[in-house]
Design a protein. Structure first.
Lengths: 451, 246, 111
């Protein structure tokens, strides 16, 4: 992107291209947050209406009430921004922004398709989860700073709940990371390319279990019903946002809906194939080219542009396949959000002790079983439902330990291969991998044998 | 057009200044603020910026862990404790002036020594040329994980007694830390236990089971425990509460 | 000067030093038990910054600690979590028994 801008303006290596590229990415993500919230709030109303045998919004903006949320947004902006006397003014004002910033920042590392990502981070899974976890501060600060008992109770519940549910959530997320052998979300998504059956959820029974537990814990983690104890209307008035009104109140909701989308998108990347649809249309038609094996491949290269002209440097097939990938991921994320809404309007809210019991007595043991089961499945090399595309998991692991093995076995002759410690993920291409003898023994087995 | 055509490859410095300024600035905020809740908030921002600096230095896994464990876990716990104890008298506590003076003198001299040490060694203060491919390879988390299980893939070329015996890995410290965490959890659960009262033991067995679960998992679970304890302590079971003496 | 120069390990060490000193002063001056705890967190982060800087191949390709720096930083983070859990348990216990979080009033064991 930066190269592209700099090429168009004919300024090589300038800061301008980078700034423009960053701004474009930021604005695009902002649209996912803001427009997504508009859409999701409308969906929430329609779905809740249908579930309760009502019509939902029907007037504003045509038959289906498309513009209802926009009208509400205008109303909220025009509303007076009230700050209670007892509130800690500074924290009260800043709390909604903290939440929005946290859920917005989590999008940085979320790959919408192969290469369509704000920032390539090797530990993207943990980064997304960690940043999303910061959203809890907005609720805690809002609850405390409001100077109201209801808000404080809501914040207390939120703190206890979110921190507890991070444990099973983390344990579930580790399963795909373990199977794919990487924490890079792009790589995890690309490994699941191909038909429906290649999705990790169908890898073995334990990943299926893990996917369900993940989604449950994610629902609790983003503070959605039936786990929305922090804003239990029947007990706490409105919980942590009792004292908020107007724009600040709507920011909380924007943060909530965008974090709902993030956890759904994360679920789809980890378990449901991410940007790869149930039928690999783009791969069959050959649009994607050889981009799958090269996560960092750019759709536009400045060097080719200089030599062969603009059109040679732009790979339209690749761009098209990425657009389809983005659409796939957005659809999957929306399905996840819809399921969350469906759950919200179908189940009654849990009590706080039930929430804790659910986490400690059911989710954590189930996540542990899923983790141990999936590990055992991999270690015993049992048949899996998936053929992970371009899976270098064993090869990668072999690469890391290959040198060690040589060292142990040959001992004296260590100058040969072992001194050049191989750098996997860098030499991603097949030829490089082939240099090292491949084995299909999981690293754990190998290691256990050696040590 | 001249301005935007300037090649400016100093992004590392740019972000370093941003993150360092926020880390240090909010660090000062922690020190100078009197309100304990605001201190906690500034601490969150300061540690978050520190995580940004970790990312900048190429330690992506540690940065993510800092955000996840430190900011997302430990500080939530801390803020939780702050909120439980933030009664009127304890929100704003003044420091004695003599404490300030003494601490400033000692801290200032300590800072002088540390800065002198930091810029004293030529090896540290001289920037080195960076090979991008090499840098990218160090950002992988796999070597870290393997090192925790005792395999040092980055030291395959080395030789020596310690390396040959497999002592360069971190398997032993890893296990020690695990056991340490277990001990800590048991100790913390013991410290934060509910004081024994007759009607407090109704659901004792279920609570014991809950506690077992917590010990087996993460330290953050402690928070739940303290939540239960303090709420009980405040509502009906606190022996210090004059309302409950009968 | 810094904006167009190159960031070296020393600058990271300087940030670490400032955080360390701020934490130490915070520990010394705060009367709130939890404020003291926050000082401890700052000190640990200042120390961690040094480990990361020394272990960073980005800043110092030659002669850096390599993985050891990152690993020790990881251990510090984990142990800090444990430390905070215990310290918080002590703080809450103290608060429950004495109805205060003022460290100056924790003087029962004075001779």
């Amino acid at each position: 992107m930066a190269d592209f801008v700099n090429y168009i303006l004919n300024i090589e290596g300038s800061w301008f291209g980078y700034v423009v590229a960053a701004l474009v990415a930021a604005v695009l993500i902002l649209h996912v947050v803001a427009v997504g919230a508009l859409l999701f709030i409308w969906m929430e109303r329609k779905i809740s209406g249908r579930i309760q045998d009502r019509l939902g919004p029907t007037r504003v903006g045509g038959k289906f009430g498309w513009l209802q949320t926009l009208a509400d947004g205008i109303k909220l902006i025009a509303k007076e921004d009230v700050t209670p006397d007892l509130a800690d003014k500074f924290l009260f004002k800043i709390a909604p922004y903290v939440g929005l910033a946290a859920s917005y920042a989590a999008f940085i590392a979320l790959p919408f398709a192969d290469g369509v990502v704000g920032l390539h981070i090797n530990t993207a899974v943990f980064f997304v989860l960690a940043v999303l976890g910061l959203e809890v501060f907005s609720v805690i600060l809002a609850g405390y700073a409001s100077g109201s008992k209801w808000s404080l109770f809501g914040a207390m519940r939120e703190a206890a709940q979110v921190v507890s549910y991070e444990v099973p959530l983390g344990m579930c997320v580790v399963v795909p990371v373990m199977i794919c052998g990487t924490m890079n979300l792009t790589t995890i998504a690309n490994m699941q390319a191909g038909f429906l059956t290649n999705w990790l959820v169908f890898n073995d029974p334990f990943t299926f279990l893990t996917a369900i537990v993940y989604f449950t814990c994610a629902t609790a983690g983003v503070n959605r019903a039936p786990f929305d104890l922090a804003e239990a209307e029947s007990e706490l008035v409105a919980g942590f946002h009792t004292e908020y009104s107007g724009l600040r109140w709507s920011l909380f909701f924007m943060a909530e809906y965008s974090s709902m989308f993030i956890v759904s998108a994360l679920a789809s990347i980890l378990f449901f194939g991410g940007p790869h649809g149930p039928i690999p249309v783009t791969e069959i038609l050959g649009f994607a080219g050889d981009s799958l094996g090269n996560p960092g491949m750019e759709a536009f290269s400045e060097e080719t542009a200089k030599n062969d002209g603009f059109f040679a440097a732009t790979q339209f097939g690749l761009i098209l396949s990425r657009i389809i990938g983005v659409v796939n991921l957005l659809i999957k994320g929306c399905i996840g959000v819809t399921v969350m809404m469906w759950v919200r309007w179908s189940f009654p809210r849990l009590r706080i002790d039930q929430v804790m019991t659910m986490c400690l007595k059911y989710c954590v043991p189930l996540a542990a079983i899923g983790f141990l089961g999936a590990t055992t499945w991999q270690a015993l090399d049992l048949p899996t439902g998936t053929t992970l595309t371009g899976s270098h998991r064993y090869e990668y692991h072999e690469l890391w330990t290959a040198g060690l093995k040589d060292k142990v076995l040959l001992d004296q002759d260590e100058t040969a291969d072992s001194s050049e410690a191989p750098i996997p993920h860098e030499n991603d291409t097949q030829t490089e991998v082939n240099k090292v003898p491949l084995k299909t023994v999981p690293v754990s087995v190998l290691k256990g044998g050696e040590r | 057009m001249d301005l935007i055509a300037v090649a400016w490859p100093y992004w590392h410095q740019f972000f370093f200044i941003i993150f360092a300024a926020t880390a240090v600035g909010f660090g000062f905020g922690v020190l100078l603020s009197k309100n304990v809740v605001r201190m906690a908030f500034y601490l969150v921002l300061s540690l978050g910026s520190t995580a940004g600096l970790f990312f900048l230095a190429g330690a992506e896994f540690v940065g993510a862990m800092q955000l996840m464990i430190y900011v997302g876990g430990t500080l939530v716990l801390l803020i939780f404790g702050v909120m439980l104890t933030a009664q009127k008298d304890f929100i704003n506590m003044d420091t004695h002036t003599q404490d300030w003076i003494l601490a400033t003198i000692v801290g200032g001299s300590l800072l002088m020594v540390l800065l002198f040490a930091a810029f004293g060694a030529d090896d540290w203060s001289t920037p080195q040329d960076i090979n991008d491919a090499q840098v990218e390879a160090t950002k992988e988390a796999t070597p870290l994980g393997l090192a925790l299980t005792g395999i040092r893939v980055d030291k395959l070329g080395d030789s020596g007694d310690a390396v040959d015996d497999g002592k360069s890995g971190y398997l032993m410290p890893f296990i020690i830390v695990s056991i340490h965490l277990l001990v800590v959890l048991i100790g913390a659960a013991y410290m934060a236990r509910t004081k024994k009262l007759s009607h407090a033991t109704d659901d004792k067995s279920s609570r014991a089971k809950l506690m077992l679960f917590k010990m087996e998992h993460e330290s953050e679970q402690l928070e739940e425990e303290t939540y239960v304890v303090t709420h009980r302590g405040k509502s009906a079971l606190n022996p210090l509460d004059p309302q409950n003496e009968n | 000067m810094l904006l167009i120069g190159t960031v070296s390990v020393s600058w990271y060490l300087a940030v670490g030093a400032v955080l360390f000193v701020l934490g130490a002063v915070c520990m010394a001056t705060k009367r709130n038990l939890l404020g003291v705890l926050m000082g401890v967190e700052l000190v640990l982060n200042g120390a961690n910054m040094n480990f990361i800087a020394f272990g960073s191949k980005v800043l110092r390709p030659e002669g850096s600690l390599g993985l050891d720096g990152q690993l020790i930083a990881l251990f510090v983070i984990v142990l800090a979590a444990a430390e905070a859990a215990v310290a918080l348990a002590i703080a809450l216990n103290f608060y429950n028994n004495h109805n205060t979080v003022d460290v100056d009033r924790a003087n029962e064991l004075n001779g």
